[in-house]
Each structure stands twice: as C-alpha cells, then as structure tokens.
Design a protein around this ligand. Structure first.
Ligand code: GLC
Ligand code: MG
Length: 264
C-alpha cells in the first residue's frame, strides 16, 4: 500500500451514512498514519457551514480544505504538506491560511459587482444567505422547473457583457456563479501540483453537479450510488476508465471505490 491523495465532497458523499463514515474514518486515519496519505475535503459549503458539519459529524481534520465550490482553499499555517493538520475547531480565516496564490488565479476575468448586476435582472434567482457568498462566488437558489431556460438566458447575458464565467447548477436547486479559473476540479489540480502528487495517486469522490469538474481530470474518481441526476447524466455521456460508479451510498460507496482502485 502506498500513499495517496483522498479528496471528497461532504454532503451526501462523505456524510450521509454515519455507520459507514465511522468505518471509512478508521481506514483513512490509519492510512494517513502509516503511509502519510492526505485527506482533503472539497465542499460547496462556506467555511462557516463546513465547521458546523465537521463538529456535528466529528470529521477527521483534513490536510487541506477546499470550500465554497473551489473558490477558497485553506492549508495549515505552514501552507504545505507534512505540517500539523487543520483542526476542525481551528479553521477560520484568521487562524489558518487563506491561500492568496489561489485567490490571484481566481481574480482573472472576474468582476463580482458587474456579474451580480447582470444576474439581478433574473427574478427567478433568489440569493442564498450571506455566509454562502464570497468575493469569488455568487450563489442563488433556482427552481428546477425554470433552470434550463434561466441558465441559457443568464449565460447569454453574461457573454454579451464579455464575461466568460462558470454557471454550476447542483441538486436541482443551487446555482453558483464562479470565475472561469475556479471550481472544485481546478482547485484539486492546483493542490496536486503544489504537493507534487500524480493524478493516478489521487481519488476524488462526489455526488452532484458541483463535483463534475473533479471528474473531468485524470484522477481516479468515484460516484456514490446516490449520485444526483445531473452527475449520473454526465457519467452516462462521459464516463471513462478513471470513473467508478459505486453500488453503495455515501461513505459505503467510497470504501468500495477505494478498494476498486486498489488504494486500500
Ligand atoms: C453548498 C453551498 C451553496 C452551494 C451548494 C452547491 O450547499 O452552501 O452555496 O450553492 O453547495 O454548490
Ligand atoms: Mg454533495
């Protein structure tokens, strides 16, 4: 067994089956201890909402944390591998490092104020709570029935004003507007380069639309059995030998995938 980079979404992927999560946590903690494997969470949640979940579900402290659909990244204080891990209690913008290099990459081609002004013309879009907005992420609720039409129109309106940005729709309700250079998949690749970990030694796990970007790279990838329709549709159209659709839900599916790819 050798060291690997484990990256997982949280809601309905790592979290959702408490018994399986307990079993997976034991395996991951032991692997990290013995082989120096790395654990990274890549979530749509803000740091604030992440901390609530980490506390409620006793998540293992990650080696790095990607929040807000890849628009924020946190390392331990030293900012590189092998240093004391981010504690679930300790992660906040004051105490741990908000990665500036990543923020500079996101800033290219992004103008939050103008993007919000364009989106605010669409009355079907309801702004999500303030905690879920950040300098490089604007998030709305959008009902599924209206989604296809509004997404096409919004995309066209943004394009007309010269904005090439990402519109990511997840779970039939959440719409995230993100910089062209920002999403979970690009954040994982940034992290891999920084840590010098090969794609073959990396596994990414997810269940919904905001995870699709992680499935498009060369990394091994695992879809839990309870994946949302938008991810299953993507899988049906794009699957390749790197992708594995588990038979079990949530953490049970992750254990299955880790075994399938020979990581544990
Ligand atoms: C999380 C975030 C929300 C986002 C959604 C989908 O629920 O809190 O802002 O829209 O993930 O990415
Ligand atoms: Mg999820």
């Amino acid at each position: 067994m050798s060291s690997f980079l484990f990256v997982t979404d949280l809601d309905n992927t790592l979290v959702g089956d408490d018994a399986a999560l307990l079993e997976l946590n034991q395996k991951l903690a032991a692997h990290r201890e013995q082989h120096n494997s790395k654990i990274v969470y890549a979530t749509g949640r803000s740091l604030y909402l992440y901390r609530l979940l980490a506390e409620a579900k006793s998540l293992l402290p990650p080696d790095a944390l990607i929040t807000a659909v890849g628009t924020e990244m946190y390392f331990d204080r030293e900012g590189c591998a092998g240093n004391p891990r981010i504690s679930n209690r300790g992660v906040n913008q004051q105490e741990s490092q908000y990665d500036r290099e990543w923020a500079n990459i996101l800033a290219q081609g992004w103008n939050r104020q103008e993007i919000v002004a364009i989106a605010s013309q669409f009355t079907d879009l309801q702004l999500q709570p303030k905690s879920e907005q950040n300098p490089f992420k604007v998030s709305y609720y959008l009902a599924e029935a209206a989604a296809a039409e509004i997404l096409a129109k919004l995309q066209a309106a943004l394009k007309q004003e010269g904005f090439d940005i990402k519109l990511i729709y997840s779970a039939g309700q959440d719409l995230d507007l993100l910089p062209k250079n920002g999403d979970k998949g690009l954040a994982v690749q940034f992290l891999r380069r920084r840590w010098k970990i090969a794609p073959e030694q990396t596994i990414v796990c997810g269940d919904s639309g905001n995870d699709i970007s992680m499935f498009e790279g060369q990394e091994k990838s695992l879809l839990v059995a309870n994946a949302k329709p938008e991810l299953l549709e993507w899988y049906a159209a794009n699957k390749n030998e790197h992708n594995y659709l588990a038979k079990a839900d949530c953490a049970g599916g992750i254990i299955e995938g880790l075994k399938h790819f020979g990581f544990i």
